[in-house]
Design a protein. Structure first.
Length: 337
């Protein structure tokens, strides 16, 4: 198996997809299997995302799934990409991730986002009140990070476990807001270009220009998201990609559901409005054969100047998903340049 590039690291973002005709138990088993596969291939991180009230995503209890994956692997970093902090009290997240770090020292990442990861009715059910929420995100991040500092003698509220634990914290975003916050706090920054790429280049430029070194990070470190659907031929990869295309159209139409089976003719049947929506939302995607993927990864790395690329692939068939990540790892040698 190919060794990963030393110049740009590749990581995995997994949404623990529940495929049509399957269930959450199988989805979570597949996530662990994919994490072990990614570890063997040399991917740096394996992140899981917090989404709620989504019948096609099994990672709602994100910290629990991270514990499941970390316990079943040995070296790959495992974390949240991300935790939607407005849904939670900072102390609770500090305790959860402090516990994960105590169980798996030096391997736990905590990516923090300010979106709800769901609809407003579900957000209300999660929080009981929407007071604060996204508006208090910067203050909540600062409070959360403080719980990972060594406890002070006069400190009345502590995260146990949490205080003094080595948890690598990131700011996630799909706009310039997160870029500015990450720069101000001196944290690594991950941009959600795999589904919201419109402000990617502006956010990266803002982050790098305004970055202030901190005790956690001495210089900017940026990660960008990319959909990579790889198969032995371009045609086979396009068929795999049709599952994500269907899922996106269903989501944007208010009909989210399990991950659909591939439908090779779906693209040709789409209306102009759906085609335009997908062309915008999924523009940071590479779909094709090993040669196509190699060229696409190289071009994306050169365009963004990213330190890391986090790859996601919502592929219906688990064996095909494993193969896609294997091809992606083999293509990574193009990033050495």
């Amino acid at each position: 198996m190919a060794a990963m590039s030393q110049s740009v690291s590749l990581s995995v973002l997994d949404l623990a997809p529940i495929a049509e005709g399957s269930d959450a138990s199988q989805a979570l088993a597949n996530s662990l299997d994919l994490a072990r596969h990614a570890e063997r291939l040399g991917f740096k991180r394996f992140w899981l995302a917090e989404h709620h009230n989504m019948t096609g995503i099994a990672s709602a209890a994100t910290a629990v799934v991270i514990g499941h994956v970390a316990a079943g692997t040995s070296s790959i970093r495992v974390g949240a990409g991300g935790i939607m902090l407005p849904n939670h009290a900072p102390l609770v997240i500090a305790e959860q991730f402090g516990t994960l770090a105590a169980l798996h020292p030096g391997r736990i990442d905590l990516g923090l986002g300010r979106a709800p990861g769901t609809d407003m009715a579900t957000a209300r059910a999660l929080r009981r009140t929407l007071t604060g929420g996204a508006d208090s995100f910067p203050e909540d991040v600062v409070e959360l990070l403080s719980y990972f500092e060594p406890a002070r003698p006069e400190q009345r509220v502590m995260a146990v476990p949490g205080a003094g634990q080595d948890v690598e914290a990131w700011i996630l975003g799909s706009s310039t807001f997160g870029a500015q916050l990450a720069a101000m706090l001196g944290l690594p920054y991950a941009f959600a270009s795999h589904f919201a790429p419109q402000q990617m280049m502006q956010a990266l430029e803002l982050y790098r220009r305004n970055f202030r070194p901190s005790a956690r990070l001495d210089r900017p470190h940026a990660m960008v998201g990319m959909n990579v659907f790889a198969a032995d031929t371009d045609e086979a990869a396009q068929a795999l990609f049709s599952s994500l295309q269907q899922a996106f159209v269903n989501l944007r139409s208010g009909r989210p559901g399990p991950l659909p089976a591939p439908d090779p003719g779906f693209g040709a049947r789409m209306g102009a409005e759906d085609k335009a929506m997908l062309a915008s939302a999924l523009s940071c995607s590479v779909v094709g054969s090993p040669e196509t993927v190699r060229a696409g990864l190289k071009a994306f790395a050169e365009r963004t100047g990213a330190d890391e690329i986090i790859v996601t692939a919502q592929i219906f068939d688990h064996a095909a998903r494993l193969r896609s990540f294997e091809i992606t790892a083999q293509a990574a040698e193009a990033l050495d340049a």
